[in-house]
Ligand binder design. Structure first.
Ligand code: NAP
Length: 242
């Protein structure tokens, strides 16, 4: 059987993506870092809706933890593989660059960019041998436009777009697609402390987006219908000019 793996599926956009892929009939592996209660709530909601999911905690910025988690899962699922990978886990550590610490730079790069590299490389081989794969990378408006206070986050998200384009060309002939989704402002824990009333005025749609709206786009890119779309970065931002 083939599975979807969603990183950062305990909360926010990742949770909505996991719920949506499960509703579409895929068994989903729910990755998260530390918030077990939130991950269990996602699992519960998927099962209550008739879907199938399993928890798979690991820190995407830790290559050894990735290897251990995937190896353990393969041990229990020798005939199964991951055909849909959504690299969604991400953090913000905002600071003006002149004040940015080494840790703030490194943690954001390690989570978004290096996490994408290690996990995707680990899962790619089976997608290629089965000639069936969908990789969706959650980037950001910040990676397209650059946002002040986010030199680390903008760099990591822009690099993820570059990697998406390169990998898409490497694997297209084997029926594996690689795309990026670039949300604007979406209402989640990550944006909970932002001045929403002020920011809304800049957004032509006049509101923040919902995690479910991002999930609908990701589900389409993960579907068989999206077989001829690859190497793209699709914005979902209520018309915010980028
Ligand atoms: P969120 O509500 O803060 O949730 C972050 C999720 O990522 C949580 O499930 C968290 O797990 C997980 N996570 C963080 N670091 C991790 C790590 N090292 N290993 C494994 N999981 C980790 O964030 P969100 O708003 O849903 O954002 C999801 C993605 O969309 C991110 O890549 C973000 O950059 C991107 N994005 C968000 C917005 C927005 O406006 N919200 C806009 C553009 C792009 P725990 O629960 O265990 O902490």
């Amino acid at each position: 059987m083939n599975y979807a793996l969603v990183t950062g599926a305990s909360r926010g956009i990742g949770r909505a993506i996991a719920l949506r892929l499960a509703a579409d009939g895929m068994p989903v592996l729910l990755n998260y870092r530390s918030n077990t209660a939130a991950a269990e709530a996602t699992l519960h909601d998927i099962e209550a809706a008739g879907g199938k999911a399993e928890l798979m905690p690991f820190d995407v910025s830790d290559p050894k933890a990735i290897e251990q988690a995937i190896e353990a899962w393969k041990g229990q699922h020798p005939d199964d593989y991951v055909s849909v990978l959504v690299n969604n886990a991400g953090i913000r550590q905002d600071n003006l660059m002149i004040f940015m610490t080494d840790e703030q730079w490194q943690q954001v790069l390690d989570t978004t960019l290096t996490g994408f590299f290690h996990l995707t490389r680990r899962l790619l081989k089976e997608m290629l041998t089965h000639r069936n794969g969908r990789i969706v990378n959650i980037t950001s408006l910040s990676g397209l436009k650059g946002l002040p206070g986010q030199a680390n986050y903008s760099a990591a998200k822009a690099a993820l777009i570059g990697a998406t384009k390169a990998l898409a060309q490497e694997v297209a002939a084997r029926k594996v697609t690689v795309n990026a989704v670039a949300p604007g402002f979406i209402a989640t824990d990550m944006t909970a402390e932002l001045p929403e009333e002020e920011l809304k005025k800049m957004i032509p749609a006049g509101r923040f987006g919902k995690p479910e709206e991002v999930a609908d786009l990701v589900a389409f890119l993960a579907s068989p219908q999206a077989a001829y779309i690859t190497g793209q970065t699709i914005s979902i931002n209520g018309g915010l000019y980028t």
